[in-house]
Design a protein around this ligand. Structure first.
Ligand SMILES: Cc1ncc(COP(=O)(O)O)c(C=O)c1O
Length: 505
């Protein structure tokens, strides 16, 4: 060690370390941050759901690379003034756009603890990996899968669906496909899903090298459930022309209207045809926690793989996607790879094989399992199931409000927690009007629905996922749709980006 190195190290602490000089100072600021974030969540109703980003705020995030240190208090002030107020809005009970979970204070605290441990869950022998294995075991039990099942946290269901396609591909072609690629026989592999499936399924086929044309989108019934007879006929036609069907992707909760495919019928078909049966259960799969919803998910327990997100109905803070595979051996075959620098041992820190990196594309991975472990333990599955069920009851309430209001029209049957409707207008203006109503409502800060297109018609879509959403939030949405709809239809003034205060409850 040179004298210079020795001088600035040991007891005095290196001058290059990123640790604070004064731990008490960072402790005090940390406590303030924690208090502020608890207040932020506790008082969320007092603020708009979302606010448009002022140009000067956006401009702050086009700054030069900071070469010199800034005072941490100043950085935190920037966060408080310019980041926190302009977040997505999904913590707020009035957020009903897309399919977003609301998060919890418990999950937030767990994230802080995970960041403190800074564990890398790619592998090795430490308890954070055991926590992830615990979640795999709990998820396995939730879906009544066999002991050989294996699972892994990923960013979200888009990634989990892609990984499921890769597992199904390796199961169909053997591990040799990982060397040779999807040429020859692989070019004939064909997968099946419904026209109501999420777009990430087609993207998964694209990214896996098959191309999205190798995915057949089979028609659905009025309730957006895949037509199993049409699916069977398509498979037969494809076999006749020499294609090789290998995978069926069912939906447990479609993104547009919350339809659940007949999973038992899909499973029977897959067994008969010797196809991999994957279920996209992004948010719907956790419906198994509700005794009222679980029977509608019958067949899920027979799936070869299930993709789901704890960050949606599970309310775990983003992100906490998950893939579970019935046959853990097949799961490993798709991803495990040897490397000398990742040698497995029977003792020491390099023990504990197989490692999570053997089950997915990532080597370095964060501790997503901790916030999920805290959530499952702190609330228990019964309470989570009751919360999930209640979002469906609220969707039923919104449906009833729409059916009772002549100015509104329900556009799809309500099956779970998603309601699609619109403000009535003549067909020529309806799409533009309803698109404006949704943007008006978002900009007002009262509520945040989103839109989708059903049978070529633009729908206002309310996905009730957030555990904080209550009857007052549904009433606020209905009132806002009627109010902005009337103003837009009459050509009267629309407040635009002015924010309306929300009634405190
Ligand atoms: C049915 C369905 N599948 C897949 C996804 C994609 O999930 P993620 O956003 O976690 O990647 C979603 C998202 O809403 C979804 O609803």
């Amino acid at each position: 060690m040179t004298a210079a190195l020795r001088e600035g190290s040991a007891a005095s602490g290196s001058s290059e370390t990123l640790d604070p000089k004064d731990w008490d100072e960072i402790r005090a600021l940390g406590h303030r941050m924690l208090d502020d974030m608890i207040d932020y969540v506790a008082t969320i109703r007092e603020r708009p759901v979302w606010r448009p980003i002022p140009e000067e705020v956006r401009a702050r995030f086009r700054a030069e690379l900071p070469r010199q240190p800034s005072d941490l208090g100043d950085v935190y002030r920037e966060f408080s003034d310019f980041i926190a107020p302009y977040a997505t809005g999904n913590v707020h009970p009035g957020f009903m756009g897309w399919v977003h979970g609301g998060g919890t204070a418990v999950g937030m605290l767990a994230e802080m603890l995970a960041a403190g441990l800074n564990a890398n869950l790619g592998g090795r022998d430490h308890v954070p990996v055991e926590v992830e294995r615990q979640i795999v075991e709990w998820t396995r039990a939730m879906f009544r899968l066999p002991r050989e099942a294996s699972g892994i946290f990923v960013t979200g269901t888009s990634m989990a669906n892609l990984m499921a396609v890769l597992v199904a591909r390796t199961a169909a072609l053997g591990q040799i496909v990982r060397q040779h690629g999807v040429g020859g026989e692989g070019a004939l592999l064909t997968a099946y899903t419904s026209t109501a499936a999420h777009g990430c399924v087609a993207k998964a086929m694209d990214l896996a090298g098959f191309g999205s044309d190798a995915l057949r989108s089979v028609e659905v019934d009025r309730s957006h459930r895949v037509d199993v007879t049409a699916l069977r006929a398509q498979i037969a036609r494809d076999r006749e022309i020499g294609l090789k069907p290998f995978l069926v992707v069912g939906s447990a909760g479609t993104v547009d209207i919350g339809a659940i495919d007949d999973l038992q019928a899909l499973n029977a078909l897959c067994r008969e045809e010797k196809l991999w049966f994957h279920v996209d259960g992004a948010y719907g799969a956790l419906g198994v926690l509700s005794p009222a919803l679980a029977p509608r998910l019958a067949g899920l327990e027979s799936a070869d793989s299930i993709a789901l997100d704890f960050h949606k109905w599970g309310q775990v803070p983003y992100d906490a996607g998950f893939l579970i595979v019935r046959d853990g051996h097949r799961h490993q075959e798709a991803f495990a790879a040897h490397a000398g620098y990742l040698r497995r041992e029977t003792r020491g820190l390099a023990a504990g094989s197989p490692w999570p990196c053997d089950l997915g594309p990532d080597l370095s991975r964060g501790f997503r399992a901790l916030k999920t472990w805290f959530t499952l333990k702190a609330y228990g599955t019964e309470k989570l199931g009751a919360m999930i069920e209640r979002t469906c009851v609220l969707a039923g309430y919104l449906e009833a409000r729409i059916l009772a209001e002549p100015r509104l029209e329900l556009l799809a049957p309500v099956q779970l927690n998603i309601v699609c409707f619109r403000y009535r207008a003549d067909d020529a203006h309806s799409d533009a009007l309803n698109g404006d109503i949704v943007a008006d409502i978002q900009e007002s800060g009262i509520s945040a629905p989103s839109t989708t297109v059903l049978d070529g018609r633009l729908a206002i879509r309310a996905a009730i996922v957030n555990h904080r959403t209550d009857v007052v939030d549904i009433d606020a949405l209905v009132a806002a749709v009627l109010d902005f709809g009337a103003r837009r239809s009459s050509g009267g003034p629309v407040p635009g980006a002015e924010q309306s205060p929300r009634p405190a409850t």
